[in-house]
Write a protein that binds this ligand. Sequence first.
Ligand SMILES: Nc1nc2c(ncn2[C@@H]2O[C@H](COP(=O)(O)OP(=O)(O)OP(=O)(O)O)[C@@H](O)[C@H]2O)c(=O)[nH]1
Length: 352
Amino acid sequence: MDSYKDPLKELARPYRKAVLKALLVLCVIGATLFSAMNLMRGSYPLAFVEIAMGIYSIIVYRAIRNTRHLERWIIAYLIPFFTAMVFAMATPRATSAVHAWVLLIPIISHLLMGRRLGLAVSVFYMGIAAVIFVYRHLDQPDMMQALPITNIAVISLCILVFSHVYEVTRETSERQLMKLAQTDPLTGLANRARLSDVFEQEKQRARRYSSPVSVLILDLDHFKDVNDNHGHETGDLTLQHVARIFRECLRATDVAARLGGEEFGILLSNTNSRQAMEVAEKIRIAVASTPLTVANNVIRVTLSGGVAELGTDGDTLRELVREADIRLYKAKEDGRNRIIPALSPSTATANT
Ligand SMILES: Nc1nc2c(ncn2[C@@H]2O[C@H](COP(=O)(O)OP(=O)(O)OP(=O)(O)O)[C@@H](O)[C@H]2O)c(=O)[nH]1
């Protein structure tokens, strides 16, 4: 099974857990009350189902306290819960008021399972509830009239639609906020936090498939001069220009991030240090040979860099960045506009 973390799922987890806990507590209270009343009325099958759901709610409450599989527990709870609900509706001795419970289905499903699964589960169980309702009230002319039927249908539809729209909007805003939180606003590249998230995923993949992962640290040379000679705005345009070149030179699976100022980190999946060196050279040459023109001023920049490979140079992003940084500073010392490869600094490419 794929164990890579879905950031949206991670974000939704605390609030879903809180909603599930509230539901479980209410279910224990409801199960106690209803099972007592149904035992007194002699409705034993229904009372038994309610007692079973009450006990199951307590078990699930304990199980989810430290679980890493909340989504599985949600499904494992909601399916029997909704099934018990429609069972209660189908029980001949149940009162008509039990149908009011169906309105809970879309709210709970969307809050706990998200927009897609929430909608599918809601439509399925609400459909079953509608069939049971019609079947049970076929012989009651008062209920089988257009007005009460339309009332029930419209209110059910409203709650279904509102729950769905709420969940879609919530997920969309969360996705946008997450993107903002992981993007460098100036260049549109990833930021350090995103690089770190992707590195953790790539590390897992690399372990599983024994595939290489490399990191490049690149830093613009004498960038202060660009700011000093052409102004900070031109400096910003230069950073955006360089970011564009990175995108053109990289594969969709690579992640380029701005680590701060004029320093960049690039994560190359499925790439060993020799291949990473080739990518770094491609970027270096592209940056050096693609000047930017701003208000008739031609801005030429170069960059220096260092390469590090997962495993050989360290096991954490921090270690790889540190190693690549050491090589980057060597590249600066050696005259800039060059990349120092992993492990064999003597093979640095000299460029003028
Ligand atoms: N325009 C602009 N400049 C920035 C930004 N962030 C950092 N800088 C500038 O980048 C320059 C970095 O200068 P230094 O650290 O001396 O590095 P450098 O001039 O590139 O010199 P070397 O790295 O040694 O080649 C400073 O002038 C910072 O003000 C930014 O977001 N926009």
